[in-house]
Design a binder for this molecule. Sequence first.
Ligand SMILES: *Cc1c(COP(=O)(O)O)cnc(C)c1O
Length: 399
Amino acid sequence: MDGETKGIGSSGSALGALLGGAAIPVSATGVLAIDLGALAANYRMLRGLASPAECAAVVKSDGYGVGAVEAGRVLAAEGCRSFFVATPGEAASLRSALPEATIYALDGLLPGSGGHFKAHRLRPVLGSIAEIEEWSAFCGSEGVERPAAIHIDTGINRLGLKADEQRHLLANRKLMNGFGLSLIMSHLACADTPDHPKNSAQRADFTEFCAQFRRTPLSLANSAGIFLGADFHFDLVRPGIALYGGNPFAARPNPMTPVVRLYARILQIGEADAGETVGYGASLELQRRTRYATVSVGYADGYFRKLGSSNGQRGAIGWLDGRPLPILGRVSMDLAVFDITDLPEASAQRGGFVELIGPHFTVDDAAGLAGTIGYEILTSLGSRSTRVYLGAGGAAQSG
Ligand SMILES: *Cc1c(COP(=O)(O)O)cnc(C)c1O
């Protein structure tokens, strides 16, 4: 950190300067800083691994929390042509931002929703014979062969045609006469565990079904699937988490560049004596006279309750001016308390920012402590925070 600045604990303008000139609104309590340059770099890395397959992007759940529209624009500028979201509603929002892109909705066709897909030029991922029949009939009623993907289930038992439906479809191909089959896909259950035998079993079932379709593009790999090697790439790969800097593996180091950092304001600074307790449930008794900072972040911001501490149980670490601030007691809905006893007094001031997720305490560190995965942390952050976008050529913007 620049020795001339007082540090991000002093004010919003200091955080703004650290973030490359971003304007931090005076009303912002939490700031989710999103590095669009890192997002673009992750995309280029995955595309390089998957080449010559097409590298699409999964931007469901508002781009895993970073903003589907902002992420989509950056990825499109990198050359990404195909995007996947979960819901038809997400797909329509993305369409307004990306008029040229191919957009698939993984949830498929909801009953009676053909008109929605037509109006926004979206492609449903059809996961059952019923959906295939409905899309065919919808297209047939207008005499227009609109494109759609079909999803076959090769063992995750979630969405997709089961084995009996796959046989039925192969024996009744005219079911698909009404529409243009643009992609056949399936989804891996255990790609984050490269040695899992289910990976090759699913791949074998996928290959066997797809052998009946000579000219249709095929897709099997999510982020982790890309790292399983060229046998899993087929014609198009569908990374999500790795684009956003999350670890695609369950038990290997993270090869991706981090994309998000979370900061929140110091609302109040206080002191308490040894023997006093902090927070709900009085779960943490102070061992020394302690200076603490009460920070505007809680479980409603995606800062999970499991990140708190109690007697004998360490919790998350906040950071300020390069120094660690152990969390004190439970995380509540809107607040968490950090130990600033060892911090120079000038570093922490009312209105200043503490780094909660970033290079020192990562999304994956938070996930490990909270007993979950980076996906859940990422998609939970930012609902209440002010998103500030950095990098990818432009000046920082908040939105
Ligand atoms: C979410 C999802 C992806 C992306 O998975 P990641 O593990 O985030 O890369 C790909 N395909 C399907 C069907 C999905 O639901």
